[in-house]
Write a protein that binds this ligand. Structure first.
Ligand SMILES: Cc1cc2nc3c(=O)[nH]c(=O)nc-3n(C[C@H](O)[C@H](O)[C@H](O)COP(=O)(O)OP(=O)(O)OC[C@H]3O[C@@H](n4cnc5c(N)ncnc54)[C@H](O)[C@@H]3O)c2cc1C
Length: 239
């Protein structure tokens, strides 16, 4: 049985939206948790643009819904525009569901925001310890829990934490999943993405937008027509 340097009820691996939300919820329920995130800080990138209705219901219970809404963008900035090039006209646009109008079953509506706005709010929503720059490299299951092997990426120091539960919130390429030998299923990669975050003084897509997030996707599934697809979302950034 490996010796551990610390004991905790739940070890959360990953400081993205899932891990940070879990940390806030566990604290509310009185469960002692430690979160480890391999990067030295929260991701500065905007990434996901939508907090959907169900997520907002959870944030409402945590008392965060109003703060998240106050930091969100106007709904029209969540509109997806399809163009062949940036300078063409839209050949189609799509609104995001649950953003523009209330859903009758819910007391909240979803918002258009970005992860660089959402995650600091989630981080500030709990006091449970967070160790940035610490990566989970391995884990061993025991009858009563798990021993996690962690490494501080700056100092190289290795530590072990014994936890009753490990929560794998470490994203699509999860180390925890791989260490447990859990494979993925499905058709595999469906598209290759390139994302550019652009800042410019002249409007790029929307008349008032100064900062744009451009996703360029190439569909790779052989059954689908091989055409280029440009998805452009844009928003203004508060200073
Ligand atoms: C460019 C881009 C654009 C996107 N746009 C959208 C969008 O428009 N809409 C949408 O819904 N989604 C979008 N996504 C996807 C969205 O970002 C993810 O779905 C979301 O971040 C998943 O949250 P998560 O908490 O599960 O994982 P993540 O946000 O990936 O967080 C996992 C965290 O775990 C950490 N980690 C990983 N391994 C370890 C380890 N071994 N030890 C410690 N820490 C570890 C990582 O550093 C990371 O911070 C986009 C993603 C990218 C990259």
């Amino acid at each position: 049985m490996p010796v551990a340097d610390a004991d905790v009820a739940v070890l959360i691996v990953g400081g993205g939206p899932v891990g940070l939300t879990a940390r806030a919820l566990l604290e509310r329920w009185g469960v002692r948790a430690l979160l480890v995130e391999k990067h030295r800080e929260l991701s500065p990138f905007p990434r996901a643009r939508l907090v959907n209705v169900r997520s907002m219901e959870i944030y409402r219970r945590l008392g965060l819904a109003d703060r998240i809404t106050a930091g969100a963008f106007a709904p029209e900035y969540g509109r997806i525009r399809f163009r062949d090039t940036l300078h063409d006209r839209d050949f189609a646009t799509a609104a995001m569901v649950g953003i523009n109008a209330p859903v009758p079953e819910s007391p909240v509506i979803g918002v258009v925001t970005s992860q660089d706005r959402l995650e600091p709010t989630l981080l500030g929503a709990a006091d449970a310890p967070v160790r940035f720059g610490v990566e989970l490299i391995d884990l061993v299951e025991e009858s009563e829990g798990v021993v996690a092997f962690l490494v501080d990426r700056r100092s190289g120091e290795e530590t072990r934490v014994r936890a009753r539960y490990v929560l794998a919130a470490d994203g699509a390429n999860s180390t925890v999943r791989q260490r447990l030998g859990i494979d993925t299923t499905g058709p595999g990669a469906m598209a290759g993405f390139t994302t550019r975050v652009r800042r410019r003084s002249q409007p790029l897509v929307c008349p008032t937008a100064r900062r744009g997030l451009l996703h360029r996707a190439r569909i790779v599934r052989p059954a689908l027509p091989r055409r280029r697809l440009g998805l452009v979302r844009s928003h203004t950034r508060r200073r």
